[in-house]
Design a binder for this molecule. Structure first.
Ligand code: ADP
Ligand code: MG
Length: 274
């Protein structure tokens, strides 16, 4: 499902202009990454999509339908939301954390648990962990549970707010690779928020670089931005924050490969069947 922001603003009651006149089309079945420093308005943009925050100006549509006319609860049933700290319920086991929302939506408990186990396979968690509590898992495993839980409602749209911010770099890389695999397999419309430009270039089909007030510094594919930074701000942002061997995903005729800055292939993620 395509998400469109048209002239969207958000001014919080205390007067903070978090988002000023933001317009972007987020195409269906693609990943749009919103990247910017802390306070640039990323979370506000994300939370407007599932109506946890309502705009003070402009229009947001999903498949051309204004979401302001949608009931927030029904709207959220079609949207998965993954948070930085995974946001798991501490007194629920892994399987019940994943099954919570479907059960609230009226799915029979046994059926929801069976689906939860399947989702553990999807996100690469051993089923043997099903009965553990969140505190008995590593940070990376908790994040996978968070992703499984977001997928449990079978959403068309997946919102991810700095989901890998709290894990160490090696686990982070693993989760990023896993996310690329999920993108290929599940084909959702994903909106991914990060302050890490490497992560943005790796995961984004479309990358939106934000300044304060969610003003767009540049929007484009990773290669468009890398090859043609629109301003000194963008050049600084991608230069200073980027490692020397930043990898990004590139779709080729035969599948998806990882390429480095110089465009050299560093590995194969998904090989299409011939
Ligand atoms: P980011 O996710 O990029 O760090 P946020 O969307 O959280 O940015 O915040 C954007 C701006 O809005 C910041 O200045 C922040 O302090 C402010 N802000 C966020 N939430 C609220 C709120 N509930 N009330 C007032 N100001 C807020
Ligand atoms: Mg945020």
């Amino acid at each position: 499902m395509a998400i469109e922001f048209r002239g969207v603003s958000k001014r919080y009651p205390d007067g903070t202009a978090a988002v000023e006149d933001f317009s972007v089309l987020m195409p269906a079945h693609k990943t749009t990454v919103l990247v910017g420093s802390s306070g640039s308005g990323k979370t506000t943009l994300l939370r407007m999509i599932n109506r946890l925050v309502d705009p003070t100006g402009g229009v947001i549509t999903i498949d051309d339908e204004p979401i302001s006319e949608r009931d927030p609860v029904t709207l959220r049933r079609g949207i998965g939301y993954v948070l930085q700290n995974a946001g798991l319920l501490p007194h629920f086991s892994v399987v019940d954390n994943i099954a919570t929302v479907p059960v609230l939506n009226g799915v029979a408990k046994a059926k929801a648990r069976e689906r939860a186990l399947e989702l553990m396979d999807v996100v690469g968690l051993e089923r043997g962990l099903a009965k553990r509590y969140p505190s008995q898992l590593s940070g990376g495993q908790q994040q996978r549970v968070g992703v499984a839980r977001a997928l449990a409602v079978d959403p068309n749209i997946l919102l991810m707010d700095e989901p890998f911010g709290a894990v160490d770099p090696i686990v982070r890389r693993e989760l990023q690779t896993e996310t690329l695999r999920l993108q290929e397999e599940l084909d959702k419309t994903i909106v991914f928020v990060t302050h890490d430009i490497d992560e943005a270039f790796l995961l984004g089909d479309q990358v939106v670089i934000l300044e304060k007030g969610a003003r767009i510094a540049q929007i484009g594919s990773p290669s468009e931005i890398i090859e043609n930074p629109a301003s000194d701000f963008v050049a600084d942002f991608i230069g200073v924050e980027r490692g020397t061997r930043a990898l990004r995903a590139k779709r080729t005729a035969r599948g998806t490969v990882l390429v480095d800055d110089a465009g050299r292939t560093q590995g194969v993620l998904v090989e299409d069947e011939l």
